[in-house]
Design a protein around this ligand. Structure first.
Ligand code: UN1
Length: 495
């Protein structure tokens, strides 16, 4: 019996109005059908937005600390159900169980942060120019937030957006990636169980061009928070401009790790293996380029190829697995096509380069962790986001050259340098153009309470995470209170 799941609109579970569904399958074993989910359309989005708009008028009046109490309960339930949710997540998107547990943990951390922010949401008071007059700026909720999320962090990324949105007093229409509907459904169920009122969080399943776009173009949606590819982000931004929405975009990356000749090489090796092949390279923070100092090049490459070829590929639910499958067939095709492009461009494969076929891998979208050398900065494998287990190596002679290679990309999300020289570390912090710079840490593993986002074509200037995301989900209102009892003109009108 195949389970058929539904959208959540105004607190009720409902089918797509068209009655259509799509299949959710396990990328480690495509024969395994997880369930059927609504293939929704514009008419379903209309209903969800109507519900969110109506709910906003009540929700905005609930005191923020009370909204925070609900967030704390959401965190508590996530703690209780962490293992079960992680298993479900590995089954629907493939990354290994320890990583899906980390994904849930990021949601837990974000929930507790939101709970505490309910008692802050700081505004400012400032002096007025005039006597007996008080001036302040307060944060107010904005309205209906459209939340559009990817499949690589099916719990963490929705929580980064939805928790601060609702804590700030907004209501939500949530469209998760088609590859990871089950985790999204669990998150929304938990929010309802914790006491989120009907209509505050609405969930609409379906594709980007139908559901996502209907949210983006809807005149009654006030803001959009999106994580995904740069090409979709650009199109989304154009579509949202018609209604002048506030839009937060977290887009692509071509993150690099530098290893200097003075680095601890064992440490740098652990870093690159985790950064490049953790989550099968499917993080927007994944390390896709390694910039190696010529003095340690040969030694480090031997170490790297040895470790890469020993990584254990398999079903993420099996103990000992280090690298799970790509999320679906088309993602694996993209990876394979980039490997072919790299070879055509003249780069040399020193590890991987093929579909992984061993025991038990035949029914999933597995791909070998892959390393290219003889890569030049103009090759497509050195420039374009691949979103898979493919690492390009660049050789360098100095810190300056390393940083210039690092910055030679249209993206600017994450960056890392391994060095034992504090002076070099500080130059790197100053000169690398990225939203995140790690010293002796891989490019992945951002903490939930720090600003997360990138420069250049990685985004449009907003940050998720920590206190900074609350700037996106609130509007500033300036307030003046004159208690002089007299008519006073502002300074500009009487100076
Ligand atoms: C992403 O890949 O879209 O920094 C997010 C990290 C995680 C989040 C990644 N905390 O690697």
């Amino acid at each position: 019996m195949i389970r058929r799941y539904q959208n959540l609109i105004n607190g009720k579970w409902v089918d797509a109005q068209s009655g259509k569904t799509y299949e959710n399958r396990n990328p480690a074993n495509w024969d395994e059908l997880i369930g059927l989910f609504p293939k929704s359309g514009k008419e379903d989005v209309d209903e969800a937005v109507k519900a969110a708009r109506a709910a906003f008028e009540k929700w905005r009046l609930v005191p923020a600390p009370k909204r925070g109490d609900i967030m704390r309960k959401v965190g508590d339930i996530l703690v209780d159900r962490k293992m079960e949710i992680a298993r479900e997540m590995t089954r629907e998107m493939g990354k290994v169980l320890s990583e899906t547990m980390g994904d849930v943990q990021e949601g837990i951390d974000t929930a507790y942060y939101a709970a505490s922010e309910g008692r802050r949401l700081f505004g400012r008071t400032v002096p007025s120019e005039l006597p007996d007059k008080f001036a302040m700026a307060i944060r107010v909720p904005i309205g209906v937030a459209g939340i559009i999320t990817p499949w690589n962090f099916p719990m963490a990324i929705p929580t980064w957006k939805i928790f601060p949105a609702v804590l700030s007093g907004n209501t939500v229409v949530f469209k998760p990636a088609t590859d990871t509907p089950k985790t999204a459904l669990t998150l929304v169920e938990i929010m309802m169980e914790a006491g989120i009122p009907e209509g505050v969080v609405n969930l609409v399943f379906g594709g980007g061009s139908e559901v996502g776009n209907a949210i983006v173009e809807h005149p009654d949606v006030d803001l959009i928070s999106f994580t995904g590819s740069t090409s979709v982000g650009k199109q989304l931004s154009r579509n949202a401009s018609e209604t002048l929405k506030r839009v937060s975009l977290e887009l692509g990356g071509k993150n690099a790790q530098i290893v200097m000749d003075d680095a601890d090489l064992d440490l740098a090796l652990d870093g690159i293996i985790w950064g490049a092949f953790g989550t099968t390279g499917q993080r927007c923070t994944a390390t896709s380029r390694l910039i190696l100092h010529e003095k340690i090049y040969d030694k480090f490459m031997t170490m790297l190829v040895d470790r890469t070829t020993k990584l254990k590929i398999g079903d993420g639910l099996l103990p000992g697995t280090e690298v799970g499958p790509c999320v679906n067939e088309s993602q694996r095709k993209t990876v394979q096509s980039y490997v072919e492009i790299g070879q055509r461009e003249g780069a040399t494969l020193v590890a991987g380069g093929s579909i992984a076929s061993g025991n038990g891998l035949g029914k999933g979208w597995f791909y070998e962790p892959t390393v290219f050398v003889n890569v030049t900065p103009t090759m497509r494998i050195a420039k374009e986001e691949i979103f898979g287990p493919v690492l390009s190596i660049l050789r360098t002679r100095s810190l300056e050259e390393s940083i210039s290679l690092m910055n030679d990309t249209v993206y600017g999300l994450s960056s890392s340098i391994y060095t034992s020289d504090v002076n070099k570390a500080f130059v790197a912090i100053r000169d690398i153009k990225a939203g995140i710079t790690y010293i002796n840490v891989p490019t992945i593993g951002a903490e939930a309470h720090l600003p997360f986002g990138g420069v250049k074509q990685t985004g449009n200037g907003h940050r998720e995470g920590g206190w900074t995301v609350y700037d996106f989900f609130t509007e500033w209102k300036a307030v003046y209170i004159d208690y002089s009892g007299k008519f006073q003109r502002a300074q500009i009108d009487n100076y």
